[in-house]
Write a protein that binds this ligand. Structure first.
Ligand code: SF4
Length: 436
């Protein structure tokens, strides 16, 4: 979502005369869009700010200005503390207020500004749509935020505090944005939300529309080839969404459904409100309608009081489900969350050792999963030039990266690829059949 927000910040600043640069030393304005989900990410902001301050001072010596803005969830959580720790910062803007950036920049002379309210107005109504050529420059695959915030209050997570209460965007606004993106060349949309499958946006008649119903509507946009969504909570995996994976061809057979732990004791302490078995049963239901679906999850290791037995339960769950890919994180204390106050915090060395064991298991499973693709012909949506001249890169329906030798002209198209080889982070293949 930060990637999406960053593009929208660029969009809202474009009418003010700002454009993006790849050379930070040339920037009149530096916006650090930040993540607060883990301690390391938050601390990195302050070390980055130190580097940006040096650039600002360099520019000042040459009579040039550089404004520094801190956006995102660290801005939301730390507010004025950011300016106290780093005086070079001019603006602090939370993730629900970045549509106010132009106005904040215009009135900056009055001193450093902080904007971390959850404003009454909908920020999306105040964001300028990107120019078609800007959309095109960002590639054929685009994010689109449809839902923000979360009411689940998992005990390790800052999202309900930094992103606020769960809200869904109205259907008409989402459809307008999607049509604009597709008309500008986008062929794949990934619908975003902190808890995206809790989506319940209102339609023109004031009726609540589910994520499955939304994907059905989006799939009718001519030119839109593929749809994905992330991130979901198991308890919001409704029947119609499961069914959509069988009945909607545009909805890709890939599901990122975080479970976090395989231990019921830890799941309860995390306030996840489901058991490991309920998760296993849910996956069985999903696979019953879409047997080939690729599954992915997030896991936290070293949550307070996690025993070796709890950790073993997580390993067992991973083996049982056979995820195609997964993401692992050491538990990181987030101030203000219930987890931060819990007793029996796990020592770093134990967390690191568990993380290593999980990673080993997952790497092996990911490799084995990718190996099953070898010899298969898969429809690949080509996104960009590949790593080497003459190569193009795309994704399988299962979100695996694929590299083939082929013409740039098929970027934006789906073509059949015979998968020939598994590499560490991608599959290699060759085009077969008709080239679009
Ligand atoms: S459901 Fe996700 S976003 Fe919401 S509190 Fe739990 S981990 Fe955080």
């Amino acid at each position: 979502m930060n990637a999406y927000d960053a593009t929208r910040m660029a969009d809202v600043l474009a009418p003010e005369g700002y454009d993006e640069t790849t050379d930070i030393a040339q920037a009149d304005l530096v916006v650090l869009n930040t993540c607060h989900i883990r301690e390391r990410a938050a601390e990195k902001v302050f070390s980055e700010l130190g580097k940006v301050r040096e650039l600002k001072e360099e520019r000042a010596k040459n009579g040039q200005e550089m404004k520094i803005a801190v956006a995102g969830c660290v801005a939301q959580a730390e507010g004025a503390e950011i300016i106290r720790r780093q005086k070079a910062v001019d603006l602090v803007v939370g993730p629900q207020s970045y549509h106010r950036l132009p106005e904040m920049l215009r009135t900056l002379e009055a001193g450093a500004r902080i904007e971390t309210d959850f404003p009454i107005e909908d920020k999306f109504d105040h964001l300028a749509p990107p120019k078609p050529e800007k959309v095109a420059s960002r590639g054929i695959s685009s994010f689109l935020t449809i839902q923000e915030g979360c009411d689940k209050f998992c005990t390790f997570c800052v999202v309900p505090y930094t992103r606020g209460a769960e809200t869904s965007r109205p259907i008409s606004k989402i459809m307008d944005e999607a049509r604009h993106l597709v008309a500008s060349g986008v062929r794949e949309l990934t619908l975003l939300g902190q808890n995206v499958n809790a989506f319940h946006g209102l339609d023109e008649n004031g009726h609540s529309v589910s994520l499955a119903a939304l994907t059905a509507r989006l799939a009718e946009i001519p030119g839109l080839l593929r749809l994905r969504y992330m991130t979901s909570h198991p308890n919001d995996m409704q029947d119609d969404l499961i069914e959509a994976h069988a009945s909607q061809p545009a909805l890709m057979p890939f599901l990122h459904l975080p479970v976090q732990s395989g231990s019921d004791r830890i799941l309860q302490a995390m306030n996840r409100k489901h058991t490991a078995q309920q998760y296993v049963d849910l996956i069985a239901r999903v696979r019953s309608v879409r047997p080939d679906i690729a599954l992915s999850s997030d896991f936290i290791v070293g949550f307070p009081d996690e025993t070796e037995e709890d950790f073993q339960a997580t390993l067992n769950l991973i083996k049982n489900i056979n995820f195609g890919s997964s993401y692992f994180f050491k538990y990181s204390i987030r101030p203000g969350t219930p987890g931060a106050e819990m007793e029996h915090q796990i020592p770093e060395d134990v967390k690191s050792e568990r993380l290593r064991r999980l990673q080993e298991l997952a790497d092996g499973m990911r490799y084995a999963y990718n190996e099953t693709a070898v010899g298969q012909v898969m429809p690949v949506l080509f996104e960009k030039k590949g790593r080497y001249p003459g190569q193009i890169a795309g994704k399988t329906p299962y979100l695996q990266a694929v590299q083939v030798d082929g013409p740039d002209s098929i970027i934006g198209c789906i073509a059949d690829v015979l998968i020939t080889e598994t590499r560490t982070n991608s599959l290699m293949g060759s085009l077969v059949g008709e080239i679009p």
